[in-house]
Design a protein around this ligand. Sequence first.
Ligand SMILES: Cc1cc2nc3c(=O)[nH]c(=O)nc-3n(C[C@H](O)[C@H](O)[C@H](O)COP(=O)(O)OP(=O)(O)OC[C@H]3O[C@@H](n4cnc5c(N)ncnc54)[C@H](O)[C@@H]3O)c2cc1C
Length: 362
Amino acid sequence: MSHFDPTKLPALNPADPASLDDLLTEDEKMIRTSVRQMLDKSVEPYIAEWFERGEIPNIRELTKELGSLGLLGMHLEGYGCAGMTATEYGIACLELEATDSGLRSLVSVQGSLAMFAIWRWGSEEQKQQWLPGMAAGDYIGCFGLTEPDVGSDPGSMTTKARRDGDDWIIDGRKMWISNAPYSDVAVVWAMTEEGVRGFVVPTDTPGFSAPEIKHKMSLRASATGELVLDGVRLPASAMLPEARGLKGPLACLNEARYGIVWGRSALHVQASRLRVSTRSTACSSASRSVLSSSHSRNLLTCRSNTSRATCWPCTSGAARTPTSCARSRSASVSSTTFARRSRSVAPRARSSALTVSHSSTR
Ligand SMILES: Cc1cc2nc3c(=O)[nH]c(=O)nc-3n(C[C@H](O)[C@H](O)[C@H](O)COP(=O)(O)OP(=O)(O)OC[C@H]3O[C@@H](n4cnc5c(N)ncnc54)[C@H](O)[C@@H]3O)c2cc1C
């Protein structure tokens, strides 16, 4: 009879406790590196401030940068989308979430909800009109399913679309809609005489507005709003022709959930970005404040340091001083050298994929 011998287990790599690296191909690792590099440059230095402010101030530029890397609608084929594999899509979501859940949410809602809805259920005309611009980040999209009194039970939605000649008139309200305040296009689900149908609504259509919901406790570096549809008149061509019933929106939610599952496993990436090595120092519990819930940024901020060095994870009970915070920043070098050693992935040199560049970034 064999006995479990814990001393025979392989050593735990704190930077990769799930041993994910062993399962990834070189291409997948390169995609991970390129996403990580972009986030380290354009997001990581600012995200704590965005979280505090409850906004992404330069959301349009950031969305374009995400688009230029092929991260918007990244798992979709054609129409300027990157056509990444399921694993590549997951790895990118993991990296995004490791930086901030709000950022992953921006990408998920754009690619897996708004773009996927058009890609899967839309007409060719709708795809041509919206998808290339959304993939590039020129257009921001949102997805309106939840209503103020109808969240978990979308089949009871009260937003209605009725025929008026060839046109559709939509009245109703959606709540908690990510990206809404900045969206150029909204995919809106409404009840019709024939059940739930989806509509592609340009947000400059008269009767449409998207007031922002402020003071969220989580996903703070993410724009969330209501959708108010007050007699919004749309041509017949605005309806998503292939989506009938709740299968339409729920299929989109499944696409997003796949990325969210990968994102939820981002802990090991956060560990690899140690700002504080457990050996060097850690905050005392009195000097740190948890800025987020499990649905948001897993960031501990050391209030004792006026420069607001971030420190994650904070596992030791040892007292922390500003000096030790500075020391902790140097402890992060080992994780960034990984990125420097790796080859970069060029911004979309071809429209269909994140393309491996052979230039060295060393
Ligand atoms: C930051 C943020 C961004 C969001 N972005 C979007 C978006 O882009 N698009 C969109 O359409 N929606 C979005 N949502 C809405 C989100 O999908 C809903 O919050 C969710 O569907 C739950 O609905 P609700 O908030 O009305 O909760 P409720 O439906 O009121 O549920 C409250 C609680 O009761 C539980 N519950 C409900 N019904 C049952 C039941 N029958 N049995 C047992 N337990 C039950 C739920 O699990 C939950 O824990 C967002 C929400 C947030 C907070």
